[in-house]
Design a protein around this ligand. Structure first.
Ligand code: SPV
Ligand code: MN
Length: 634
């Protein structure tokens, strides 16, 4: 039982009888088909506490999908547009992003974990129980079943979503594989994550009214997540970032990895495809890298297991919840063409819905006209109470769409065995130090100096302090339920199961000189192709104190072939100069943080120390800035 204080234990003794008071006969039969008494009890308990008017059991059939869409429109959780398959959802002005402060990992005794927002489990469950009490009265409760990965895959997990939001259920139908029949097939043996969500009371605009009581509590012990008084998908769509935390924890106990990474294929010699996974903090080029690769398996998440000595990855999702701001036909032709295709089902969130039923977001050709947006009615020039102009569409406006519309979709997206991973990429935004691409000496060197040390520059737009580097280990810090020291140790352990661990690379598209970016946006493909060749031992490399860098000759050849562009020697030299001071400062910043994290493996510090020594030796010989032409080729 989750809420022993709120309901009598006996009331759950016959969960089906209890559920019969909430479900029509047809929907009760749908639940009975899944022969799993624990599941019946879970649903019955939530219903007893939240008191919905009715329960809708979603089997993922076309009729059910249509019904959920229809309900989202009727409830004004979504609005119609000129295209029947396109709808618009608004989260409300105070609910436009993930709420870090109120997203907490429940630990018995409220154990403190450095860098992680934890809370006492008992206190958390008590608080959430109160917030959930009667919260669904008068509303319909949707119960849906999903796979978190391909069907019949040992790498996949399962999730049950309970929500009073048709928008959340609708989003999940687009983003995940419906697993009702898998639940039926597996019955009692099935272990599942449980996501319980309520948008709470909604105001006349449809926004959650009590956002100050927004809570997202992750109960590791109960393999469950509770989310109330919020609608933003990053806070509510269970199978997205809520499941990621549960998956990281499960992987930690079982010895596999759940990562905040894309999975892409890069074509090499003879048409072979090599797969890479990539972790980038927000605003560091994750989506654009995924879209520039030759094939896409996933754009956000990866579950990675060691199978017969090989790292294999699956995408738990089949959809994208992507940022729409600045998506335009020139820079993002693929995504743009999907978003304007009337036959693709899309939920747009927090864009501008104009009076004529068309939508507009920044980057879309044409002018924004009067309509409604994330802050209510909008007209050109509208200002907020501080006299600041209100943007027509929000910077975190997004699209929710099936990944299957991508022309580059990898044919192995549904492969239960996953795809073999040749390389891990860690990408940060660094204006002054990291070269565009760098290969680690080995797995541990990469995990420590690239993954665990991943940083990103705060941008002026966000916090006003340009150039401050912020640590975001593995780009997963916001979603980590355990200490980053333990997560690093897990990566060390993972290597032991691999006959040939993936190579590890770092990339940085944001190196600047005199305020100007040294690399062009489309150069990303060149770095990917170099990595692909390195995986197969085809490209040469230069050993530096911080890892291997490409040779000028190889890059010149790759730029000419892939981009039809002459890659100039002096640009190469600028890009790949080893900036000793910057590297030493980075080590100092990062080590200082890890020295406050008690379970950081000792080897972490040893690897960092060795890197410091190599850098100092180089500095003694060649100074603070060392041209790549000063090193020997390997
Ligand atoms: C991210 O912020 O990493 C996202 C969007 O992918 S959210 O679902 O909000 O986490
Ligand atoms: Mn993400």
């Amino acid at each position: 039982m989750r809420f022993p204080g709120l309901i009598e234990k006996e009331s759950l003794e016959d969960p089906l009888r209890l559920l019969a008071t909430f479900c029509s006969e047809e929907h009760l039969d749908r639940l009975k088909e899944i022969k799993n008494p624990r599941l019946w009890r879970d649903i019955a308990e939530v219903a007893l506490v939240a008191r919905p008017a009715s329960i809708y059991v979603n089997t993922g059939s076309d009729e059910d999908k249509d019904y959920i869409r229809k309900r989202a429109l009727e409830n004004r959780e979504e609005y119609p547009t000129v295209h029947p398959m396109h709808t618009v959802h608004f989260d409300g002005p105070k609910d436009l992003a993930r709420d870090k402060g109120n997203t907490r990992i429940l630990y018995p005794g409220g154990r403190q974990v450095p860098l992680i927002n934890t809370f006492d489990r008992d206190a958390g469950l008590t608080e959430i129980g109160k917030l959930l009490s009667g919260v669904m009265s008068g509303k319909e409760m949707f119960v849906s079943f999903y796979l978190y990965g391909p069907r019949y895959s040992k790498l996949s997990l399962y999730g049950v979503q309970i929500t009073d939001s048709a928008y959340v259920a609708h989003s999940e139908e687009i983003l995940y594989r419906n697993g009702y029949w898998d639940f039926v097939e597996k019955g009692e043996e099935l272990e599942y994550m449980l996501f319980i969500h309520s948008a709470g009371e909604r105001d006349e605009n449809g926004w959650s009214k009590n956002v100050e009581n927004r809570r997202i509590f992750i109960d590791l012990e109960g393999n469950s997540v509770y989310s109330v008084n919020t609608q933003y998908a990053g806070n509510t769509v269970g199978l997205k970032k809520l499941a990621l935390r549960l998956a990281v924890y499960k992987g930690y106990r079982e010895g596999w990895l759940a990562e905040h990474m894309f999975i892409v294929g890069v074509k090499g010699r003879g048409g072979r495809i090599s797969y890479f996974t990539g972790a980038y903090p927000a605003g560091c080029g994750k989506t654009s890298t995924a879209m520039i690769a030759d094939t896409v398996v996933g754009d956000d998440l990866a579950i990675i297991h060691a199978v017969n000595g090989e790292a294999r990855a699956v995408n738990p999702e089949v959809g994208m919840f992507g940022i729409i701001d600045d998506v335009n036909p020139r820079d993002d032709p693929e995504i743009y063409s999907i978003l304007v295709n009337p036959s693709a089902e899309v939920i747009f969130s927090n864009v501008l819905l104009m009076e004529d039923g068309n939508i507009w977001w920044r980057g879309k050709p044409g002018e924004p006209k009067k309509g409604i947006n994330y802050a209510g009615e909008w007209w050109p020039g509208k200002k907020d109470e501080n006299g600041k102009e209100i943007l027509p569409s929000h910077p975190n406006a997004r699209f929710t769409v099936s990944i299957r519309h991508l022309s580059k979709l990898d044919p192995r997206i549904d492969d239960p065995e996953g795809v073999p991973v040749s390389g891990f990429i860690f990408g940060g935004r660094d204006p002054s130090t990291l070269p565009p691409v760098l290969e680690a000496f080995d797995w541990k060197h990469g995990i420590v100096t690239m993954g665990a040390s991943l940083e990103s520059e705060r941008t002026a737009a966000v916090l006003g302090q340009v150039g401050v580097m912020e640590l975001n280990p593995y780009a997963i810090l916001d979603f980590l339920p355990i200490s980053v020291g333990a997560f690093t140790a897990l990566h060390f352990e993972f290597e032991k199961k691999l006959a040939r661990p993936p190579k590890i690379f770092s990339v940085n598209y944001f190196l600047r000189e005199d305020g100007k970016f040294l690399a062009e946006k489309r150069d990303k493909i060149a770095w990917l192709k170099w990595m692909e060749q390195r995986v197969h031992g085809e490209a040469q490399a230069i050993e530096t104190p911080v890892g291997y860098i490409p040779t000028y000759e190889d890059l010149r050849e790759i730029f000419a072939r892939e981009l039809g562009k002459e890659f100039k020697e002096d640009l190469y030299e600028k890009m790949f100069t080893i900036r000793v001071k910057g590297f030493l400062e980075k080590i100092e910043r990062v080590t200082k943080i890890y020295s406050t994290i008690p379970d950081t493996p000792r080897e972490f510090f040893e690897i960092m120390d060795k890197q410091t020594q190599r850098l100092k030796a180089l500095e003694a010989m060649h100074g603070q800035k060392v041209s790549p032409f000063k090193f020997d080729k390997k």
